[in-house]
Design a protein around this ligand. Structure first.
Ligand SMILES: [Zn+2]
Ligand SMILES: [Zn+2]
Length: 171
């Protein structure tokens, strides 16, 4: 259990330059990352870059006002199992399904996702592929049927003054 949500902790999003910046992480970014985790039944989502301060972002290929500096973006690699990564096309497709408004394929496994809109950014939509420089991808959707993880819900019941606790799985 992370301190931001079930699967994510604040330190994972901290600026890598050492400035300590991590206070701007957008709640809807975390909520969508949780939805993505669930849709892909992920083993783990690794945040390779989360918040970046305006000084640091240009040193790793971004710019001083990019989505990372606003706390609305994450570069991610999604593990299907402890040793197998999802390919970036599948991650981008699932990211589109859960409603990320900014999605950019970085390489064969890494994907940039963000929750840009006109109140937090200069535009409200970007689907791109950094490998080709294509900034006008219409959709990543290939019609893949995902099988999201079923949620387990803790329950406890009292029968004849005995308390029974356990987990039930949502149908
Ligand atoms: Zn920094
Ligand atoms: Zn990024």
């Amino acid at each position: 259990m992370g301190n931001l949500s079930e699967h994510f902790s604040r330190h994972e999003f901290r600026c890598a330059c050492g400035c300590g910046g991590d206070d701007k992480i957008d709640k809807s970014l975390i909520a969508k990352l949780e939805n993505l985790h669930n849709l892909l039944s992920a083993y783990q989502i690794i945040i390779t870059s989360g918040f970046r301060c305006p000084k640091y972002s240009p040193t790793v290929g971004g710019y001083t006002t990019d989505a990372h500096t606003k706390g609305i973006a994450a570069d991610i690699i999604v593990y299907k199992t402890p040793s197998e990564k999802y390919d970036s096309a599948t991650v981008a497709e699932a990211a589109e399904r859960v409603g990320f408004s900014g999605i950019g394929i970085i390489d064969d496994t890494a994907v940039h996702v963000d929750v840009r809109n006109l109140s937090n950014y200069f535009n409200s939509h970007w689907f791109g592929d950094e490998r080709t420089g294509d900034d006008f991808i219409k959709t990543f959707d290939r019609g893949t049927v995902f099988t999201p993880r079923k949620k387990t819900i803790p329950i406890s019941v009292v029968i004849d003054e005995h308390k029974y606790s356990g987990l039930i799985t949502e149908e």
